[in-house]
Design a protein around this ligand. Structure first.
Ligand code: OAD
Length: 233
């Protein structure tokens, strides 16, 4: 039965009020990546990094899933084969919409990780430099997110999904960050048909067999409706 692998990025959560990274008013126009999204930035100024992620955690907790998240949850429920979402997003909106088969390759805001003993636990809404590890009591707590220079999570499992998928879709991602930007080639190499759904062409649009442009809350429900009524082309 046809497996569908879907890569999502910040664009799918934009209409839920969560900022993207590289659009004109995106997060990376307000913060330097090297300050808030690298292990070196955390070592230099952990309080600044905690402030950045605590603000995002609180914002994400207030956000609600939009029609695009809901359409993907419906696809997972109604599609006769497996649907897997690989998301670069650290927000909980896919799960909030009802998706169950979700891999967070860049971690989640909901998680805390001890840099001393690797223990993981649910993050408090506000993490600070005073947040101690409940297992070893070290003062080295960090958000359980993947920073630049670190290895994304679940890569082996994601590789298997990409190889097995008959259809691969990338939704709301700029294609500027590896390894996610290469998933389209990996899936195509495994024989998948590939489709990009984005507000506008991404840097890697040409790599896809099909492109659908517009806001995620419009193009994703349309695409899901077409799949559920006709199957993959
Ligand atoms: P980007 O900010 O790089 O790209 C967002 C994409 O979403 C762009 O291609 C926009 O055109 C598109 N977009 C914006 N609004 C949209 C809408 N309403 N509907 C559909 N598409 C829309 O975000 P990502 O590609 O997710 O990593 O960024 C990838 C990674 O870079 C992130 O996970 C993060 C970041 O640095 C880390 O922090 C490690």
């Amino acid at each position: 039965m046809t497996k569908i692998a879907i890569l999502t990025g910040a664009g799918i959560s934009a209409e839920s009020g969560l900022g993207t990274f590289r659009d004109a008013k995106g997060l990376w126009s307000q913060h330097r990546i090297e300050d808030v999204a690298t292990p070196e930035g955390f070592a230099r100024d952990p309080a600044r990094v905690h402030r950045f992620y605590s603000a995002r955690r609180q914002q994400a907790a207030r956000a609600t899933p939009n029609a695009a998240h809901r359409a993907l949850a419906e696809l997972e429920q109604r599609w006769p084969g497996e649907v897997v979402i690989v998301t670069q997003n650290v927000d909980p909106l896919h799960e909030a919409a009802g998706s169950r088969n979700v891999l967070h390759m860049h971690g989640t805001l909901a998680g805390a990780l001890c840099a001393a003993c690797d223990h993981r636990w649910p993050a408090p809404q506000e993490m600070t430099t005073d947040t101690t590890c409940p297992a070893c009591h070290a003062l080295r707590s960090r958000p359980d997110v993947v920073w630049f220079g670190e290895v994304p999570y679940h890569l082996d499992e994601i590789g298997d999904h990409l190889t097995e998928a008959s259809l691969f879709a990338a939704i709301g991602t700029s294609g500027q960050v590896q390894p996610a930007a290469s998933f389209v080639q990996e899936a195509a190499y495994g024989g998948a048909r590939t489709v990009e759904l984005n507000l506008a062409p991404s840097d890697i649009s040409d790599a896809f067999d099909e492109r659908r442009f517009g806001p995620a809350t419009e193009v994703v429900p349309d695409w899901v409706r077409a799949l559920l009524s006709h199957g993959p082309e």
